[in-house]
Design a protein around this ligand. Sequence first.
Ligand code: ADP
Length: 242
Amino acid sequence: MPEDAPLLRLTGVSRTYARREVLHRIDLDLSAGECVALLGHNGSGKSTLLRIAAGRDTPTTGTVTFDGLPMDENDPRVRARVAVVGDTAACYPDLTVREHLQLVAVAHGVDEAEDWIDHVLADRLLSEHARSLPAALSSGQLQSLLLATALVRPRDLLLLDEPEQRLDPDARRRLAELIAAETEGGVGVLLVTHHAELARSVADRVLVLRDGALIADGTPDEVLTGGADGVTWLGGDAEGGR
Ligand code: ADP
């Protein structure tokens, strides 16, 4: 593998479901320490692309590599280094917030994780809910728990599917800080989002999908327009985009 191979590389990726092509010849490189934001309307193919990037779905044509390896989430070399935060809360109803984090840390071979779990709980404003069951959490706190599970395990690549969902503005700001800290630490972040302002604040590059094809790929300044009152993307609606 060449020294400068990207962390994540999608080459000519297409995906067809029931004879309908929902992703069309996507090329995407993501380097260590880089954040790429992916915007687009509902149904444009963002989640499909993220699933494929995570090795959870296979492209109909094209290839995906992670650090030069074929992307396959069942490969332990990949699983150990790729953290995914999906768009649905997958919680155990009878485990506390802390126990969720302990479970993930243990499953990923993290020893003596308690201090780090304390730090992550505080960082995500979950300390006072450490002993709560998921049913006692607000939807925003559940989302914070999902994010926290990614932070208690090793990772070189972080794949985020609309992590801003259910977060209030303050929690969204904290999410932006989290992403910035991840990239500063050398983690590559692929951020699927509806929130153009979040993309502007954290992304090195912004990609826009429409009907399965990339219609824009550039810096936030090149792709996003507008100010705080409503950042838009090329070919998109006002912030939110739904
Ligand atoms: P987005 O995340 O941008 O909202 P998706 O990637 O979820 O878009 O979906 C893109 C298109 O692919 C949609 O038309 C959706 O109905 C279709 N699609 C996604 N997953 C499947 C699947 N497992 N089977 C059939 N069609 C699917």
